[in-house]
Each structure stands twice: as C-alpha cells, then as structure tokens.
Ligand binder design. Structure first.
Ligand code: PHE
Length: 436
C-alpha cells in the first residue's frame, strides 16, 4: 500500500455518508426537477436513469478506486498512479480540470444555496402565513436584488470555508450522519403531502410516461451532464473522498449504495414538486425558480407551514453545504500537499469562488455559462478520460487484483467501462452537435 498522507475515515459508513453528502445536494432537489420540467419529463428521466447506470456508476467506481489507490489529493494521486503504471503523466489533466471545475461550480452553487438560506430566514419571520412568499413574486424580488443575494451567498461561503478549514474528516463525517436521514424523512413527508393534496396522477404521468418526441439532442446532453453532476463525478470530489476511504471498505458496494440513495432522493424530490405544479396550474418548465415557487405553496397550505418550510429549506442548505465542501476539498487537499495550511487555502480558494459568485449574481449569462460549461462539457469529458485511463491505459490486474469488486460485478463493470461508457459519451456529444 502507498504511503498514507491523509487521514482516513473510521469506517465505510462514514465514507458512504460523506460521499452521499457530496452527491445529494442542489442537483437532486433543485436542479433535477427543474430540468426535468424544461426538457419535457418522462423521456428525459429515462435517459437520465440510463446514463446513471451505464455511464455514471461505472465512472464513479473508477474514480473512487483511483482515489483509494492514489491516497493523495486528486492531482498527485493521478501523477503517482501514472508514474507507477508507466503511462503518460498527461492523464493528470483529469485532476487539474477537477480542481478548477469544482471552483467553477461553486461560483453558481453558492448563489443558489444562498437563496435557500434566505427562504429559511423568511420562514423564521413567519412569511408563509403573512406575506406572499408562496407566490412567484418573492422569488422574483430576491433574484432581482443583488444586495440580498450577495449577503446570503456570503453567509453560505463562510459556512463552507469554515467547515473546510476545520477539517473534513471530523465535522462532515459526523454531521451528515444526522442530516441526511432527516432530509430524506422531510422529503418523504413533503411527498406524502403533495400526493394527498396535489395532482399526483399528472405528476407521475409527466415524470414517468416517456414521450420521445419531446427529446431533443440538447436534452440528451443535459441528461448526461446531470448524471455526472448529481453523482459528483469528474470534479476530483470522488477522487479526494476515495483517498480518505478506509482500507477495508469495498469500492463496488459502497458506490452502489451512494448512487442508489442519490437517485432515489432525486426521484422523490420530483414527485414532491410536480404534483404541486400541476395542481396549481404552474408551468413545469419554469426554470430555476421551480422549487422556490412551488414548495412554498405546499408549506403555506400546511399546518405549521412556517416551521416545516424553514426546516426544509435549512436542510436544502445543509445538503448544499455537504456538497460544496466536496467541491472545494480537491483544491484544498492539493494546496495542503504543497505546504499551504488548510485555513489559508480555505480563505484563498473561498475568495476566488465568492468572487465568481458575484459575477453569477450580476449576470444571468455568467450563471448559465458556468452551469453549462461544467455539467455539459467538463464533466462528461473528464469522465471519458477516467473511463479510458482505468479501462484501457492502466494494467488490468490492478483493479481486478485489488478485490474492490466481487468477481461477477468486476467483469460486468470492466466490460461496461471499456465498451459502453466511452462510446456512450461520444454518442451523446455527436448527437447534441447534430452529427447523428
Ligand atoms: N452532486 C452535487 C449535487 O447534486 C454537486 C456536485 C458536483 C458536488 C460535483 C461535488 C462535485 O448537488
């Protein structure tokens, strides 16, 4: 085994929770429902699930395995692995792109998490019953006020940098233990509520009855990008977390658990939101405001709506926090190995991400650009490189001999990673460029 520079999590559960904390975030609760709404529903969901299974999960296994084998920050893990295998050091670009990409994502992610914090504040003020928080107006006002958005984004970034500076191993490991189950519980409560009170039948039809005539090339690319985004792939996060994985944790089994939890939470979020959309005659394709406009409608009509609304948006912010930490960690770990203390790294990279956040607040185009360039281009390309590195360039014996996957699943995984995943990604690119 290589030298262990990093701390390790105590057991496989802490890894599962931290990785789930990274995977489950705004992607599941905010982004998945609104892009499903924009790209037409059922067919989009089906393509997304297909991408998770044939592209996301195989790459996630490969990425976590790379981290566990490398035992360093993403860039140095890759450098060492390539050196040891005698392959080109050029593959290190996966780690570099991951560190940069994580920062780029954080530049709009922190803004959205800030919106969630503002909704927590509104709930504490009792706004669900006293003002028109439930109406579209509030979201419009919030996103029109740069001052308010800067304030809440700043708070969120301070929280992120605070946890990062304190060290991920202790803080995050312990907190996700309580927070993740609570979030799931609340989502299920909202699901039950919206099925009882909302239009569950229309929602189910919208989400699960595929109409392929609505599926554009762009939709397929967005679905692929989202499979990467929601599983936190190709941004160094899984590489970094894999490097903290205890020796006796099994990569195959743990990754499957994380991916399953992530997918279930996204589907539950969709089924908590769309019944409200249809019951209130709202447009499913109304964009990034979807969650912020629909869920307050449920809370306003609920007994103790201010309480549940506040709790829910607080948990959304916490889910975002456990993801944003993993967006920053690869860069911090890399700086740490260069001798920069965590606190200094957290301040430096935090300021960079915060500054980018200002740009997203002042310009909707920057916001959209950051989202698109990361999810639709950097992540699929990074994933393609991970699949090629582990599936083709590194010695086959390395993964097989590591015992990280049971023999049967190893064979299936290796086959998919080599022959399905890379062509799958290329096909989606070709399709979205109109070449197919
Ligand atoms: N998976 C997170 C979400 O769904 C976002 C994320 C992407 C986190 C990449 C880390 C790395 O919200």
């Amino acid at each position: 085994m290589s030298v262990q520079q990093h701390a390790l999590w105590q057991n496989r559960w802490t890894f599962i929770l931290a990785a789930t904390g990274s995977a489950v975030g705004l992607g599941n609760i905010w982004k998945f429902p609104y892009i499903t709404g924009e790209y037409g529903g059922g067919a989009f969901v089906l393509v997304y699930l297909f991408c998770i299974l044939t592209i996301g999960v195989p790459i996630m296994v490969a990425e976590v395995w790379l981290g566990k084998r490398g035992r360093h920050d993403p860039i140095n893990s890759l450098r060492r692995i390539c050196h040891e295998a005698g392959v080109s050091g050029g593959w290190t670009v996966i780690g570099i792109a991951g560190v940069l990409g994580g920062l780029l994502i954080l530049m709009f992610y922190g803004v959205v998490a800030g919106w969630a914090l503002e909704y927590v504040w509104q709930s504490f003020k009792g706004s669900y019953t006293t003002t028109n928080l439930a109406l579209e107006g509030h979201f419009g006002e919030l996103t029109a006020s740069s001052g308010q958005q800067i304030f809440w984004q700043t708070i969120f970034m301070l929280l992120t940098c605070g946890v990062i500076a304190a060290g991920v191993v202790q803080g995050i490991g312990r907190s996700v233990n309580i927070l993740m189950p609570t979030l799931l519980l609340l989502l299920i409560m909202l699901l039950a509520y919206s099925l009882l009170e909302g239009d569950g039948a229309s929602a189910a039809r919208f989400m699960f009855a595929p109409d392929f005539s609505k599926l554009s090339g762009e939709a397929v690319l967005v679905a692929l990008g989202h499979a990467f985004f929601t599983l936190s792939l190709a941004m160094g996060a899984m590489l970094a977390y894999g490097s903290y994985m205890p020796d006796d944790a099994h990569v195959g089994k743990t990754v499957l658990t994380v991916a399953a939890l992530d997918t279930i939470i996204a589907l539950v979020a969709g089924m908590a939101i769309f019944p409200v959309v249809f019951a209130n005659g709202l447009a499913p394709g109304s964009g990034p405001g979807l969650m912020f406009v629909t869920l307050p409608l449920s809370f306003a009509a609920m007994p103790m709506g201010n309480f549940f609304g506040g709790l829910f948006f607080a948990l959304v912010a916490i889910a975002a926090l456990s993801s944003s930490i993993s967006l920053l960690e690869p860069g911090i770990a890399w700086l740490e190995e260069k001798g920069v203390p965590r606190v200094a790294g957290a301040i430096g990279l935090g300021l960079v991400a915060w500054g980018g956040g200002l740009a997203s607040i002042y310009s909707g185009e920057v916001f959209d650009f950051l989202d698109k360039i990361t999810a639709q281009y950097m992540m699929p390309l990074g994933g393609l490189l991970i699949a090629l590195l582990v599936g083709w360039a590194l010695p086959r014996q390395w993964v097989r001999g590591s015992g990280e996957l049971a023999a049967g699943s190893y064979n299936a995984w290796y086959l998919v990673l080599r022959y399905i995943t890379p062509p799958g990604i290329l096909l989606v690119f070709a399709h979205s460029l109109g070449l197919l």
